[in-house]
Design a protein around this ligand. Sequence first.
Ligand code: ZN
Length: 312
Amino acid sequence: MDHSTPGIHHITAIAADPGANLQFYTDTLGLRLVKQSVNQDDVSVYHLFYGDRNGSPGTSMTFFPYPGATKGQPGTGQVTTVQFMIPKPAVDYWVDRLDEAGVEREASMNRFDETVIPFRDPDGLALELVATEAPDGVPPEGPVPPEHAIRGFHGAKLSIADDRGMPGLIEAMGFTETQQRDDRIRYESTGELGAVLDLKLRSDAARGRQGAGTVHHIAFRTTEAEQAAWRTWLQDRGLRPTEIIDRKWFKSVYVRTGAGILFEFATEEPGYTVDEDLADLGSGLVLPDWLADRREEIEAGLPDLGFPERSQ
Ligand code: ZN
């Protein structure tokens, strides 16, 4: 196979309060809640998935919100910034929108000839809106007018202590070095969404500690046809991938990279509409088949989401 991924499939992070997380990503950022489920490894915790109207690969930001979770410490061995793509004419709209919502943000800046708005989510996770020649996409029918809506991922910043094999790994995955400034090296793949990885080499920085406001893992797009070959390929590189795990909405292979960042290779198929109609995505708690007979117990153990007023 040709070992290349078009880019990011989804990014999963840890949050504290599920209600605040839901409010911020749907009401403030205007993403759609496309799936409401549980952490399959700890069913007392939600797994909330946000994205465009379809939850397309390349748009899906997901969270494990642990009520009362301790804040993590961003640092090396982590994805330390998540970048969302907005259309170029939407910059002023977003600056005003974030300010009106009282979101903690820094001044807009220029990086690699793109306007970047850095800000933080309620748990302190570093986010950026990056203004580009964004594709039209399928914006959610949410509070943000479609012409300004977030299109999906622009990319992610990976902080690593030294190269630890990371440049070689992502180059072999199909990313090409395109730009460099100071200690930031930009790599790009071929997808319309989520095709950017910024490597930040920080030999002086402390290692990150997982907790609320930090990224748990980053998933890259693959297909059912190619997933097993990816797994073999990772093994051939001396890494230790998991078996293929059926996550219902996609199949996953996880691997801890030498740099400490957890990578996942997730299939584009079958997607979030496999168990809910497009119109109903995210409207109720969905469990994979093997957890279905535990629904009552699982629902009883979940905190109240405190559903905000939803515009969709
Ligand atoms: Zn994942």
